[in-house]
Design a protein around this ligand. Structure first.
Ligand code: AMP
Length: 487
């Protein structure tokens, strides 16, 4: 079905076409007609499904021309990066309209934000903390609000924002439309939805807990002291375009980034201790292709949309199984494909099992051909030590570092075990059996360069020469149905 058939105004359909979208994604097809009627909506959709346009397009349609008197739309986002990304989407989809926007988030001065609000923003996209500042100062009023969007609500819950979110909801006029987006809707989120929404329609795209089908996963078992050498070898042998390397801690991210830079990789670092300017440069530079590798903590795991991320590498196993799903969601976005590698040290097999249980799929375990798994530890270097969990990071989460699946009503999960954040006892590597091959990919190219993938004929995926030289990324127009053109 073309966008024009969804009942959108021609100025919006033009902007969508200019963006290169030819057909609505499933979430857009379902959600847009509902939002256009003015009804409340709870949408649970996997990240990368096109949910931003699913709300931005019908909202722009409902707004019509600019009106001076105060914001009519408020979109709440959990992180600055997401807020900036959503604001940018409104700018693009609204480029043939005269609506005005204000983007409010922390880490930067108030000057421009104040003047954008004073100039009569129709749409305010904000993070919770900065919005609270504006409301407390009475620099912004919500009494003209018509549409409230609560995006990535599960993330807001995790980050401890939910009480502020409730306060903000209570300040909005009762007669409004509320749109609620959350990757998953466990009971705690349902409770927030009951508080904020009236008789909502529901849309659910994809299985909860599922990972993008366009992503190929692999676990690389590796002794702890060889993690960094294996990361380097993977980067060298992989024909990547851009890679996100996830670590559990900010400190770990800094260490890995430093060592990668020393190996001549162009590296961006994104974590919560970096200044807003550094975070912005990291993301922009990575999006533009100035950096081929971004080393990040889970701050980058949710919702961030970087076109053409070909690989995600979990240098550290994620803190919880659903963090795995979110990290992996950074690649294989829209119609593209991606690879997700996870380095697993011998004591982490239980954590991997918990991830497999959570996503209901077995992840192949592979060995990189030609890599010396028997190399002895050299003098310990900081980056090779297992990065410790940073309590400040985890403390932001209402669930602490414990296994969230149980507490979020996601089934029984693995047995509790004191030494594992996943609650599962570790088992020896040998228990994993022979190294399986990757499932063949749609393009017919299984992951090569591995002992499991011998003869699989996928040399286009791995190469035995130096790392891919940096090539600036283009901006190909995406077609939702197309699965080609990744590299
Ligand atoms: P989102 O889930 O909103 O972060 O979107 C994920 C990615 O899909 C973004 O790069 C969007 O630009 C892209 N996208 C969204 N809707 C469509 C569409 N209908 N056709 C092609 N690409 C889309």
């Amino acid at each position: 079905m073309p966008f024009a058939k969804l009942g959108l105004h021609s100025s919006i359909v033009r902007a969508v076409a200019a963006k290169g979208y030819t057909a609505p994604s499933p979430i857009q097809e379902q959600a847009i007609p509902i939002v256009l009627t003015g009804r409340d909506l709870i949408a649970s959709a996997q990240t990368g499904t096109g949910k931003t346009a699913a709300f931005a397009l019908p909202i722009l349609n409902r707004l019509g021309p600019h009106q001076a008197a105060g914001p009519r739309v408020l979109v709440l986002e959990p992180t600055r990066e997401l807020a900036a990304q959503v604001d940018e989407s409104f700018a693009e989809f609204g480029k043939f309209t005269d609506v005005r926007r204000a983007l409010l988030h922390g880490g930067v001065g108030y000057g421009k934000q104040r003047s954008d609000v004073r100039a009569g923003a129709d749409i305010v996209v904000a993070t919770v903390g900065r919005l609270m500042d504006f409301l407390q100062e009475r620099a912004l009023r919500l009494d003209r609000l018509e549409i409230l969007v609560l995006d990535e609500v599960d993330r807001m819950l995790d980050m401890g924002f939910i009480n502020d979110v409730k306060k903000i909801v209570a300040m909005c006029p009762p007669k409004r439309q509320t749109l609620f987006f959350s990757a998953t809707v466990p009971p705690e989120i349902e409770a927030v939805a009951r508080f904020a929404l009236k008789d909502p329609a529901r849309v659910s795209i994809g299985r909860q807990r599922s990972v993008n089908e366009s992503v190929t996963h692999a676990i690389y078992p590796v002794p702890m002291h060889l993690k960094f050498p294996l990361l380097l070898a993977l980067l060298e042998k992989t024909d990547f375009r851009s890679v996100i390397v996830f670590t559990r801690t900010k400190h770990g991210a800094d260490k890995i980034a430093k060592k990668l830079k020393a190996e001549q990789h162009s590296v961006a670092v994104l974590h919560g201790n970096r200044s807003q300017g550094q975070r912005k440069d990291a993301l922009l530079g990575f999006k533009e292709g100035r950096y081929e590798v971004m080393v990040a903590t889970d701050i980058a795991a949710r919702g961030l949309d970087v076109e053409g991320v070909t690989h995600v590498i979990n240098y550290d196993i994620p803190g919880t199984p659903d963090d795995y799903v979110h990290r992996i969601g950074r690649t294989g976005r829209a119609a593209a494909e991606g690879d997700a590698f996870t380095l697993m040290s011998p004591d982490q097999t239980g954590e991997v099992r918990a991830i497999e249980k959570f996503i209901n799929a077995k992840i192949p375990q592979l060995q990189l051909e030609g890599f010396d798994y028997k190399a002895k530890p050299t003098a310990p270097t900081p980056g090779e030590a297992r990065t410790e969990r940073d309590p400040r990071q985890r403390d932001q989460r209402s669930f602490g570092g414990g296994p969230r699946p149980q507490s979020r009503g996601r089934g029984p999960g693995p047995a509790a075990h004191p030494s594992s954040p996943y609650g599962a006892p570790a088992r020896p590597l040998s228990a994993t059996g022979p190294t399986p091959r990757h499932e063949p990919r749609e393009a017919g190219a299984p992951l090569p360069g591995t002992t499991g993938g011998k003869g699989s004929g996928g040399q286009q995926r791995f190469k035995d020469r130096a790392p891919t030289p940096f090539t600036p990324k283009g901006k190909p127009g995406a077609h939702w149905q197309s699965r080609s053109g990744r590299r």
